[in-house]
Design a protein around this ligand. Structure first.
Ligand code: NAD
Ligand code: TYD
Length: 354
């Protein structure tokens, strides 16, 4: 049994599905079901007795403690977070509440539970904290990629809140001996990603014939990783990662935003022709404040120590992703109703494309 937090979100849901298909041991999935969490992501597990969903906030300490004592998980895999940089600019408070205070609550309950374990159960327990490369800040064009020893320099409220949570996790290992492992991963893409993030937003806008809003000059660089590869990296870190260590996970696939959007447009021209090329919809809009220029990951440590490397190439992964969105219109219609519209209006009206 493992306890997953945030397992109804994009990466968490992919992880739960991947875990049950590979490891196969039961999962307790604790999720608050914010706008980003969607029970429908786990619809295929409706009759699967190995998946136990709990609708709760990681800040509800008593419930978390009771779950740990009841299910006695051998690991906690912590995904739950507010995760969108643009939302953190509009409202940083929720990011501190969940990412920093929520992680502290979870660490406290994990420590209490782990302290009560003995022998092999205590030795094998792990607290795996899922984090981001954004904690390292922004790279210049010729700077070496982020390694595990790159100093933290978060620039957005999101990155700062994730950095805070990483520091707490580190401190719980050094101070209390809690067997923690932290992973810092680059930008993910793939099925089930909420369409506020670059790739699904561009796919859905293109299909609707709406403008494709590229921030600034579109030359910001991200390192893209297929979500299934991230899940495999987390499984490797959980199985073989050394307590107290951090591991960077990346796709070795640096692209400018414009390259990503043009590749998506070409795929849609092929798979869902619209008469005019989709690239005609590309619209340059007002930049994100404090927009990090470049992220890049040096994933040598996880490759050498844990034998992990990305399996999916960007071109094939993106094709799979576009196909998934084309084949799952019911899912996108569901998540883009209601509150989604308010966010799109708030974020893009000021940029002139709402
Ligand atoms: P997401 O926003 O899609 O999902 C977050 C999930 O957490 C949702 O299901 C939400 O309901 C849940 N949640 C939020 N607040 C909660 C709370 N207080 N208590 C319980 N559940 C809560 O995020 P994602 O993209 O799947 O990211 C998952 C994790 O991976 C995050 O920690 C994020 O920082 C990290 N990460 C994401 C990326 C990426 O590219 N998406 C890259 C690296 C790391
Ligand atoms: P995003 O998916 O929000 O991830 P992050 O900011 O965490 O890297 O954005 C990826 C890149 O795409 C980032 O440089 C901002 C840019 N972007 C746009 O140009 N237009 C958009 O509408 C969005 C959502 C993002």
């Amino acid at each position: 049994m493992i306890l997953v937090t945030g397992g109804a979100g994009f990466i968490g849901a992919n992880f739960v599905l991947d875990w049950l298909a590979t490891e196969g041991t039961p999962v307790v999935n604790l999720d608050k079901l914010t706008y980003a969490g969607n029970a429908g992501n786990l619809e295929s597990l409706r009759n699967d007795g190995r998946h136990h969903f709990v609708h709760a906030d990681i800040n509800e300490r008593e419930r978390v403690g009771a779950l740990l004592r009841q299910h006695r998980p051998r690991a906690i895999v912590h995904f739950a977070a507010e995760s969108h940089v643009d939302r953190s600019i509009h409202g940083p408070g929720e990011f501190v509440h969940t990412n920093v205070v929520g992680t502290l609550s979870l660490l406290e309950e994990a420590r209490a539970y782990w302290s009560g374990l003995a022998g092999a159960e205590r030795d094998r327990f792990r607290f795996l904290h899922v984090s981001t490369d954004e904690v390292y800040g922004s790279l210049g064009a010729d700077d070496p990629a982020f390694s595990e020893t790159t100093p933290y320099a978060p620039n957005s409220p999101y990155a700062a809140s994730k950095a805070g949570s990483d520091h707490l996790v580190r401190a719980y290992h050094h101070t209390y001996g809690l067997p923690t492992v932290t992973t810092n991963c680059s930008n993910n893409y793939g099925p089930l990603q909420f369409p506020e993030k670059l790739i699904p937003l561009m796919i859905l806008n293109a299909l609707a014939g709406k403008p494709l809003p590229v921030y600034g000059d579109g030359k910001n660089v991200r390192d893209w990783l297929y979500v299934g590869d991230h899940c495999a990296g987390i499984r490797a870190a959980l199985a073989r990662g050394r307590p107290g260590e951090t591991y960077n996970i990346g796709g070795n696939s640096e692209k400018t935003n414009l390259e990503v959007v043009h590749t998506l447009c070409a795929l849609l021209d092929e798979l869902q022709p619209a008469g005019a090329p989709h690239a005609k919809l590309i619209t340059f809009v007002k930049d994100r404040p404090g927009h990090d220029r470049r992220y890049a990951i040096n994933a040598t440590k996880i490759r050498d120590e844990l034998g992990w490397g990305p399996q999916e190439r960007f071109e094939t992964g993106l094709r799979r992703t576009v196909r998934w969105y084309l084949d799952n219109k019911g899912w996108t219609d569901n998540v883009t109703s209601g509150a989604y519209r308010h966010w799109i209006d708030a974020n893009y009206r000021e940029r002139g494309t709402a």
